[in-house]
Design a protein around this ligand. Structure first.
Ligand code: HEM
Length: 394
């Protein structure tokens, strides 16, 4: 039945997305090899090197068209997505936006926005209280999103107000549930998604015009992005960076506990980089990546035809390397497949790493081990995660 860490991760996947859990379990057992065609889903790829090959091959695969996330966005945001989400327009946008999230500005952003929330949690732990780190993660991410989207909310507003921002982003992502089989959205879903985006990006135009270059929207302006491009990017941040980041934060804390490796981290805080990397690898919060086949191509000895769809089961590919292990070196086969690859490699990767790292620093700050007091898995959510993970110092 595997180790405690593997059992909890499997239960979490099953509670959040039963169908996905079954698919990942079967693919991990090696039942269908590196590339296989499945009814309704299209081609499934489970191998890390082949997955990266697909992500780097922009001549034969696109995220515009049935099966890719750009197809979802085109229906919600409009046809300009076709210009800026793939092809030369996207390459140009990524080039101009390459400094939006650097290691340095992401660490500073996370410290400014998330630092006080995590410090408050650390103080409660030190006072002997139990802290729900899944909730702390949602507060952190809600505050990050409000900051990035230039939402006019006072920093001293209660945490619940920011968790509401998180929940609204979560609702937007939930609208994509079911897109594993088709990325064609019903008109009702498109209307609801448009309403959520209008609400959450309401302050973008004003912040884009006036915000200083120390903010994301100010940096977008200085980098020469148009308001339309900035609004598109802001919407994308919401879907790509809310649940994924919160999921990674809580699950990495749980993995450190369930594998007992928190003791090694407490003894040597420099292992934090490895803990963040392993947490992201093992949890792979975005467990699969979809693409549309735009031209016939051969992958892993199989012939894929234009118009078909591919699902890269990155969760399986990343976990083939073995269990959570702080001594595991960087793996050149996987690289950082949990953030995708090629031109669409996660733009917010430095932010996500800094968020996970900051939470780990907070739970280990007292220099004492922690225990899990209670945990609940989230049910029927797009990104598998903990609904609650209450920990206390031993
Ligand atoms: C642990 C947290 C995260 C994970 C696992 C993750 C994962 C990913 C993956 C797999 C992709 C590629 C999707 C594809 O190729 O179809 C992606 C793209 C993206 N992510 Fe993240 N992400 C995370 C956090 C964030 C955060 C915090 C932000 C922003 C603050 C962000 C912004 C983006 C954007 C803008 C893209 C689209 C890039 C493009 O298409 O050029 N992500 N992310």
């Amino acid at each position: 039945m595997g180790t405690a860490a593997e059992r909890h991760e499997a239960r979490l996947l099953r509670a959040s997305q039963p169908g996905l859990w079954a698919l990942l379990a079967v693919s991990r057992a090696g039942w269908f090899g590196p590339v296989r065609r499945a009814p309704r889903l299209g081609w499934l790829v489970t191998d890390a090197v082949l997955s990266r090959k697909v992500l780097n091959d922009h001549e034969h695969f696109t995220l515009l068209g049935e099966g890719g996330v750009g197809h979802l966005w085109q229906q919600v945001l409009g046809d300009y997505v076709l210009r800026i989400f793939d092809g030369p327009g996207h390459a140009d946008l990524r080039q101009r936006g390459r400094d939006l999230f650097t290691e340095a500005n992401s660490a500073a952003l996370v410290e400014r926005v998330a630092g006080p929330v995590v410090d408050a949690a650390t103080a409660r732990l030190a006072a002997g209280e139990a802290v729900d780190v899944a909730e702390t993660a949602r507060t952190v991410v809600g505050r990050m999103m409000a900051d990035l989207l230039g939402l006019r909310m006072p920093a001293q507003a209660p945490d619940e107000a920011f968790r509401e921002v998180f929940q609204t982003g979560e609702r937007l992502a939930a609208l994509a549930l079911g897109s594993a089989a088709s990325t064609e959205l019903a008109p009702r879903v498109v209307a609801e998604a448009k309403e959520i985006i209008a609400k959450l990006t309401r302050d973008v135009p004003e912040a884009f015009a006036t915000a200083p270059a120390t903010t994301l929207l100010g940096r977008c302006r200085e980098a020469g992005l148009s308001l339309e491009e900035t609004r598109g990017l802001a919407s994308l941040l919401l879907v790509a960076g809310t649940e994924t980041a919160a999921s990674a934060m809580a699950r990495t804390v749980a993995l450190l506990h369930d594998t007992g490796t928190q003791h090694a981290l407490l003894a040597d805080p420099s292992l934090s980089v490895a803990a963040v990397r392993e947490g992201l690898r093992v949890s792979t919060p975005a467990p699969m990546i979809g693409r549309h086949v735009s031209a016939d191509v051969e992958i892993g000895g199989r012939r894929l035809r234009a118009g078909e769809r591919v699902l890269l089961l990155t969760h399986t590919a990343n976990n083939t390397g073995g269990p959570f292990d702080l001594t595991r070196p960087y793996d050149p086969a996987t690289r950082q497949l949990w953030f995708g690859g090629g031109r669409h490699l996660c733009l917010g990767a430095p932010v996500a790493r800094a968020e996970v790292g900051r939470l780990l620093a907070g739970v280990t700050a007292a220099g004492r081990p922690f225990r899990v007091v209670e945990r609940r898995y989230a049910r029927k959510v797009l990104i598998p995660s903990y609904a609650s993970l209450r920990i206390a110092l031993t």
